[in-house]
Design a protein around this ligand. Structure first.
Ligand SMILES: Cc1cc2nc3c(=O)[nH]c(=O)nc-3n(C[C@H](O)[C@H](O)[C@H](O)COP(=O)(O)OP(=O)(O)OC[C@H]3O[C@@H](n4cnc5c(N)ncnc54)[C@H](O)[C@@H]3O)c2cc1C
Ligand code: FES
Length: 282
């Protein structure tokens, strides 16, 4: 059932993880998650007197309900959150939205392209694939501006022994690991090698679009590419209208979209903006 009153969770662990980013472990206080949580869904954190904001589960709740999140300090709410510590209590709602197509990616060659904090929304997927015996079919291309911007250090160290992990830096990488992630795609989408069946991408929207378009140029279908789209969100349940992607609510139909679905929505936005008659009535 839709539960809009925040429930209480406690911070049980917190540590710095990348510049301006922290790794949090939360534990429910006096409630159990009543809905199953799909990988790639998100939750809302409420700080009384400050506001609420959406964040991704970087791990699915364990038997005690504990889960992790990677949070970057960018503004009003996150700054206040960074002043809290172990034992502090917050409001929680969730899960919300549509997760990654986990059922589809089992038994497939999966290429994950993440940029910066965009690693957080794919972290639970990587763990799921490793824990279920699919690690040989997973390649992660993780791109950041510089080494200080890299996040989820402990997770990347753990993953590096089981999946193919390529880390690139825009600034300061060695000759094999520098530049933009799109530079590496022609090598990774090489038909003689392990050609991916499916690509998941998450990061700045411009990066995801460049990755998706390069993958299409290299032979992948738009229906084989998935991305997680970030919009400003307030209610998480299709009531406030903050999160439109054309006529879709990113909080409900997203945040993960298949690229062909996203392109169809984008073309509706363009058509809408061109339609002057409709526009006058807005
Ligand atoms: C589905 C979803 C999942 C998310 N998961 C994570 C996560 O796992 N970790 C994480 O660190 N962040 C995540 N975010 C982003 C996070 O919600 C924002 O960083 C947070 O709301 C900022 O709140 P604030 O009050 O600190 O910043 P504000 O003071 O509100 O804003 C600070 C700056 O960030 C910009 N901004 C704020 N929210 C957004 C947004 N949604 N899209 C684009 N720009 C924005 C503002 O325009 C402003 O420039 C997610 C967002 C969505 C929609
Ligand atoms: S966040 Fe309110 S409609 Fe999506």
């Amino acid at each position: 059932m839709l539960q809009l009153t925040p429930q209480t969770i406690r911070i049980v662990d917190v540590y710095d993880d990348g510049s301006h980013a922290r790794h949090f472990t939360f534990e429910p206080k006096g409630f159990v998650h009543d809905n199953p949580i799909s990988i790639g869904q998100f939750f809302m954190l409420t700080l009384p007197g400050v506001g609420l904001a959406p964040f991704t589960y970087t791990s699915i709740p364990d038997k005690t309900g504990r889960f992790n999140a990677l949070i970057r300090n960018v503004g009003h709410l996150t700054e206040k959150l960074f002043s809290l510590g172990k034992g502090d209590v917050l409001g929680y709602n969730g899960p919300f939205g549509r997760g990654w197509p986990v059922g589809l990616i089992k038994h497939k060659e999966v290429l994950i392209v993440a940029g910066g904090c965009g690693l957080a929304p794919v972290a639970a997927t990587i763990d799921y694939l490793i824990n279920n015996g699919y690690s040989k079919s997973v390649t992660l291309l993780y791109a950041t501006r510089d080494s200080a911007s890299q996040v989820l250090k402990k997770e990347r160290t753990r993953w590096s022994s089981s999946i193919k992990l390529i880390e690139t830096l825009e600034v300061g990488g060695d000759s094999d690991h520098s530049g933009l992630p799109t530079q590496y795609l022609s090598h990774l989408l090489n038909k003689d090698d392990q050609y991916p069946d499916i690509v998941l991408t998450c990061g700045p929207e411009a990066m995801m679009m460049a990755v998706a378009n390069s993958c299409v140029d290299l032979g992948l279908k738009t229906s084989d590419i998935w991305m997680s789209i970030e919009r400003r969100m307030r209610c998480g349940v299709g009531l406030c209208g903050h999160c439109y992607v054309a006529n879709s609510y990113a909080c409900q139909q997203g945040p993960t979209y298949r690229y062909d679905e996203y392109l169809a929505l984008e073309s509706k936005t363009v058509a809408f903006e061109k339609d002057k008659v409709l526009f006058q009535y807005c």
